[in-house]
Design a protein around this ligand. Structure first.
Ligand SMILES: [Zn+2]
Length: 579
């Protein structure tokens, strides 16, 4: 007796081979049978006719920050709605564990850091998670049995440092004894099932006090020692961020990534590779890290997004504009002073000069303010401006675009929501993306789902990409597109028996309508603990999602089931060696 039978679906199995019509039966969490359509005679408790629909393996999102959200939202929305059945968390050096049992204040420090670096609402972090754990294993256990998706977690370098070094973690170097303690703590976390090591060395990451986060103070020896520790645990890996990820690596960064990966003998993935035909030197430079790693006996994999992620900006709250050299000081001032500065033509001229300079790197893309679209506004003076382009308003008012934008935002006490139009939506950039996706060390990902919640909405990249492949630019065929969202990431992480539709494998499945599959427009909703806002996007054309054989979504409604597994290294992942 089958638990469920999906009849006559067009099966796209994740391997990249041509689709075929089949019946797929589920039993005890596994794919029990895959047979030509109409041939399965075994009885099933429930069944459905899926003629005309595509059945694919559930999607694997390799870069999320669902570490906290899973506690108040076990369904990992909106990822699950968009067909994602497995997520990787604990990225970029930031995890909620381990926490030192003798220093309860460390939890507060961690929440304020997460709020700052990953744009998570502080209230949601405080009210939405229990904070009952100390060890990394405790943290994993706290999620076990309570989540609708499968989730695996890296150990964040910042948490390791904080645990062992306390407040010295910011600014200090570990003594030999502290280094040993850090390593012991890290081994213990991997024994409990952590996926490996994550760190940030990026200049964009500061804690709640505005200081560089703990991992940024680590030297090369520390990074390599932790990387070597990864090597002795089965099914582990590394994830790391450096300043050059945003634009172009310097030589030291390339050497560091190659050395860390080689020391671990495991793949290291980083995000996010921005592909823009206007900067043709970037892709070869960033992929030089992959080449160098291969020479050194490692493997460095770049994550890149197959969609242009909707992202909003603001002069009122912390966002990417704060990261432009010279802008943080002004945008960090209390609102009245900030307004005064922004209205000063000399200050504006200096800000624009810095924004256009080479040191602004990838942020230069954000500084064509004429191409900003006005989002939500909050004052009578700004009525009617929502949806309009700054360039047009500026022309009507006889103002320079940035000055015009400042005046609009000033009316709202800087609360105005701003949407920069993407600068890299040209055919040449899309052609370069399609070409870059073919590279063996490039993987789709970098959604940052669960982070930057009110600012960007990367989670729906799966459905939007499929829609684009089927009915839009058609840069990749359906079978290949599905492989890029399923088997490819599953292979990088060494997931055991996930990422394909194959008899005996875990029944992580998504059923969708190829005529309609897409992601809806990103909109702001207030549904986080404490009513904090986040961007949401509804899927279009997703019929159902199963995790471990259990239906979790039907017609965009969560069923309430929580069949997800906390994926433990070794047990649920095998080693993907680079040697
Ligand atoms: Zn991240």
């Amino acid at each position: 007796m089958l638990d469920h039978l999906i009849k006559g679906a067009t099966v796209v199995d994740g391997t990249g081979t041509p689709s075929y019509a089949a019946d797929v039966g589920i039993r005890d969490g596994r794919i029990a049978v895959v047979a030509p359509a109409g041939t399965v005679t075994e009885e099933a408790r429930t069944s459905e006719d899926a003629t005309g629909l595509v059945l694919a393996p559930g999607f694997v999102d390799p870069h999320t920050h669902y570490d906290a959200q899973l506690f108040w939202d076990p369904y990992a929305t909106p990822s699950l709605n968009h067909g994602v059945t497995t997520v990787a968390g604990g990225n970029c050096g930031f995890t909620l564990a381990p926490l030192h049992p003798d220093r309860p204040a460390d939890a507060d420090y961690t929440r304020r850091m997460m709020s700052k670096v990953e744009g998570m609402s502080l209230v949601a972090l405080e009210e939405g998670a229990p904070w009952t754990w100390h060890s990394f294993g405790d943290y994993l256990d706290a999620l076990e049995g309570r989540i609708a998706v499968n989730a695996g977690f890296m150990v964040g370098h910042c948490a390791l440092r904080r645990y062992v070094m306390g407040a010295d973690a910011v600014g200090g170097q570990p003594t030999p004894r502290q280094m040993d303690e850090m390593l012991a703590l890290f081994h213990e976390a991997m024994d409990a099932g952590a996926w490996g090591f994550s760190t940030t060395q990026s200049t964009t990451h500061s804690d709640g006090d505005g200081q560089p986060v703990a991992s940024r103070h680590a030297g090369r020896d520390e990074l390599l020692a932790l990387s070597r520790a990864v090597a002795v645990h089965e099914g582990t890996q590394i994830e790391a961020i450096v300043a050059g990820c945003l634009d172009q690596f310097d030589d030291d960064e390339i050497e560091l990534f190659a050395a860390m990966s080689a020391a671990a003998g495991r793949p290291l993935n980083w995000n996010v590779l921005t592909i823009d035909a206007a900067v043709p030197e970037r892709v070869p430079r960033q992929l030089a890290a992959a080449e160098r790693a291969r020479e050194a006996g490692g493997r460095v994999v770049a994550l890149t997004m197959p969609i242009l992620t909707p992202m909003n900006m603001s002069l009122g709250t912390f966002c990417a504009l704060n990261l432009i050299p010279g802008w943080g000081e002004i945008l960090g001032l209390p609102v009245p002073e900030r307004l005064e500065k922004l209205r000063d033509p000399d200050v504006r001229a200096e800000l624009l000069r810095r924004a256009g300079s080479k040191e602004a790197g990838v942020f230069r893309r954000l500084t064509d303010f004429g191409r900003y679209v006005i989002g939500d506004t909050y004052s009578p003076e700004n009525e009617g401006l929502t949806g309009r382009v700054v360039r047009d308003i500026a022309a009507e008012r006889g103002l320079e675009p940035f000055a015009c934008m400042v005046e609009i935002c000033a009316n709202d006490r800087l609360r105005t929501v701003l949407w920069p139009m993407p600068t890299d939506n040209d055919p040449a950039s899309w052609a370069l993306r399609a070409e870059t996706w073919q590279h063996e060390d490039v993987l789709l990902g970098g959604s940052d789902a669960g982070a930057h919640l009110d600012r960007m909405c990367g989670a729906p990249y799966t459905t939007r990409f499929l829609g684009d492949c089927l009915r839009g630019r058609k840069l990749v065929g359906l079978e290949q597109a599905v492989k890029m969202l399923t088997d490819d990431p599953a292979q990088l992480f060494g997931l055991r028996e996930r990422g394909r539709i194959e008899e005996g494998w875990h029944a992580d499945l998504v059923l969708f309508d190829p005529e309609r599959i897409d992601a809806g427009k990103a909109t702001l909703v207030h549904d986080l603990p404490g009513n904090s806002p986040r961007l949401d996007s509804r899927p279009i054309g997703i019929t159902a999602v199963w995790v471990n054989g259990v239906e979790t979504i039907r017609e965009d409604v969560v069923t309430g089931a929580v069949p997800g597994t906390v994926l433990r290294s070794g047990r649920d992942t095998r080693t993907v060696s680079t040697k």
